[in-house]
Ligand binder design. Structure first.
Ligand SMILES: Cc1cc2nc3c(=O)[nH]c(=O)nc-3n(C[C@H](O)[C@H](O)[C@H](O)COP(=O)(O)OP(=O)(O)OC[C@H]3O[C@@H](n4cnc5c(N)ncnc54)[C@H](O)[C@@H]3O)c2cc1C
Length: 140
């Protein structure tokens, strides 16, 4: 029997008191963007950044969630959209999708790469006084 995979809608909160979720436990996504392990790694970097020097761990975990949720939610949704596009099965839909991708990659190849805007241009948080500070990108 074939079944469509249930798409994870994510949790409303990643943190509750001193308990916190990261990686797939917080925001599992379909693997169409190949970003699930990347998001888990970014989570751990941000969590370490906020929690390490912090006396108030509950507040630090809240800051982690506040910083990560927009980006991870955006990527979960983007992965779902890509999944829907990749799951087209009707002959007409397939022909339309494949012709559009073929045409776009020939006419405006740069546009195809724009699909990764906001995905691969992430910088880890650094302390404000660090001159290398880029801030973090949370677009999606
Ligand atoms: C087909 C496919 C292709 C993918 N391709 C990519 C890709 O190209 N790039 C990318 O970035 N991501 C990709 N991903 C996603 C990536 O694999 C996951 O997002 C990533 O592994 C999540 O890491 P995690 O540490 O959050 O969870 P997991 O890797 O699932 O780690 C959780 C661990 O906890 C253990 N565990 C579970 N329950 C318990 C328990 N009760 N007690 C103790 N241990 C427990 C599990 O055994 C597991 O080892 C892909 C996923 C799939 C399915």
């Amino acid at each position: 029997m074939l079944a469509k995979p249930a798409l994870h809608q994510g949790f409303k909160r990643y943190q509750s008191g001193l308990a916190v979720l990261l990686g797939d436990a917080a925001h599992a996504m379909v693997p169409t963007l190949g970003q699930g392990a990347t998001m888990a790694t970014e989570d751990s970097v941000v969590l370490t950044h906020h929690a390490a020097p912090e006396a108030d761990l509950t507040a630090a975990l809240a800051r982690y969630e506040h910083q990560r949720r927009p980006r991870t939610t955006a990527l979960v949704r983007r992965a779902e959209r890509t999944s829907r596009l990749m799951s087209v099965s009707s002959p007409a839909g397939l022909a339309l999708r494949d012709s559009a991708i073929r045409a776009m990659s020939k006419v405006v190849p740069a546009l195809m790469l724009r699909g990764f805007d906001g995905v691969t241009d992430w910088y880890p948080p650094v302390t404000p006084q660090d001159p290398r500070s880029h801030g973090t990108h949370v677009t999606g």
